[in-house]
Design a protein around this ligand. Structure first.
Ligand code: NAI
Ligand code: MG
Length: 358
């Protein structure tokens, strides 16, 4: 039988990014070789804040065309202490997400077996969510400006853009995501009491789209009340959809409630599949622990598993997650999860567990 082939672009970028991406590639290579029904080809791109400081560019001319040739992108994290964060974010991560129209940013969170939530009463199974975040416009559309810089009468505007086109496709994607999960339940988050234009349109579009999903139950929340519900009643939630900014904040809260930012994955999907989708751990470049070999690679492993599902390798994706959870359950955990293992130990333990599972 012919092997299914997937070509993956990797961009480790800054801080712990390259460390966790190396761990992810190691585990993926192991998985593909054990599975034997598919092949993964990796091409590494060394785009980072170092490149930017040397050349003035994060992505060289023609870079996006090079990425375009791949089936998926595995991304580490960008951000360096000596480059302003808005420069690094806009010139690397958003410079890929926006032109590739990766409009759905999907962030699953759960409490792993063998790990603890900071919520006293929450155990594995009590918190199992997928947050769907609008990823191309909204509060991060890049509209606005500054005038009279440095003067006492300086003005800055940050204009949110909500288009019916983008909101509708995103909410439709969220209903489809909810439909694929056992509970078939979606919570639509807005702030339509205070933000009376864009957010009211979101609510209206959600009500319209819901008519095409009779089998999905849904409810609505204001974003501030949503933070309380996440903390006080995590079991009452399943799939959640929100704007670029709101879901950015809610998903960091979700990761913390599940135990650590070091386990949470993100997918940036172009659901039309015209462009490659991009997969990354939620966390940043974590310069405080970079180079020490202590970064938790679990977020990247879960990210890799989400990528495999997108590529149609559901079986391998499931085995990867089973291995990761077996390892956390056995107590091979990094410091952020209360353990003492390093990146390398966790990676090797997952590879060894894969050998057992296959
Ligand atoms: P961060 O996620 O890098 O770090 C926050 C805290 O979590 C730190 O104490 C860090 O040590 C810890 N942490 C993060 N990932 C971990 C892991 N895998 N294992 C163990 N501990 C982990 O967020 P921060 O400090 O706000 O940002 C640092 C830089 O990363 C900034 O330049 C920021 O702009 C950038 N950033 C980039 C992102 C991306 O590329 N998608 C996302 C978030 C931040
Ligand atoms: Mg964030």
């Amino acid at each position: 039988p012919t092997l299914r082939k997937h070509s993956i672009a990797t961009i480790g970028a800054d801080g712990i990014g390259p460390e966790v991406i190396d761990a992810g590639v190691q585990v993926l290579r192991k998985l593909a070789s054990l599975d034997g029904t598919f092949k993964l080809d990796f091409e590494e791109f060394d785009w980072s804040s170092e490149t930017y400081k040397k050349t003035g560019q994060y992505i060289p001319d023609g870079g996006l065309e090079q990425l375009q040739k791949h089936d998926a992108i595995l991304f580490g994290a960008v951000g360096a202490p000596d480059v302003p964060d808005h420069i690094s974010l806009w010139n690397l991560r958003l410079a890929i997400c926006q032109p590739f129209q990766q409009y759905a940013n999907v962030r699953p969170t759960k409490i792993f077996r063998g790990t603890e939530s900071p919520l006293r009463k929450a155990n594995p199974g009590d918190l199992d969510w997928v947050i769907v975040r609008e990823n191309t416009e909204g509060e991060y559309a890049g509209q606005g400006g500054r005038s009279h810089r440095g003067q006492p009468w300086e003005i800055a505007t940050e204009v949110s853009i909500f288009t019916r086109h983008s909101v509708e496709r995103l909410i439709r994607f969220a209903f489809e995501t909810a439909r694929k999960r056992p509970r078939k339940f979606l919570t639509v988050v807005t702030k339509s009491n205070a933000q009376r234009n864009g957010m009211v349109m979101w609510d209206e579009i959600a009500a319209e789209v819901s008519k095409d999903f009779d089998d999905v139950k849904w409810d609505k929340m204001l974003v501030d009340a949503m933070t309380c519900r996440m903390v006080l009643d995590p079991k009452s939630l399943d799939t959640i959809v929100a704007t670029n900014l709101h879901a950015d904040i809610l998903s960091d809260l979700a990761a913390a409630l599940a135990g650590s930012i070091g386990i949470a994955p993100t997918s940036n999907f172009d659901p039309t599949r015209k462009n490659p989708s991009m997969f990354e751990p939620i966390h940043g470049s974590a310069f405080d622990i970079a180079g020490k070999g202590v970064a938790n690679p679990v977020a990247t492993f879960w990210t890799a598993s989400e990528m495999l599902i997108w590529l149609g390798e559901d079986e391998a994706a499931k085995k990867l997650m089973e291995s990761v959870e077996a390892v956390t359950e056995r107590g091979v955990r990094t410091r952020d999860l209360g353990g003492s293992a390093g990146t390398k130990e966790v990676t090797e333990a997952v590879c060894a567990e894969l050998e057992v599972i296959y």
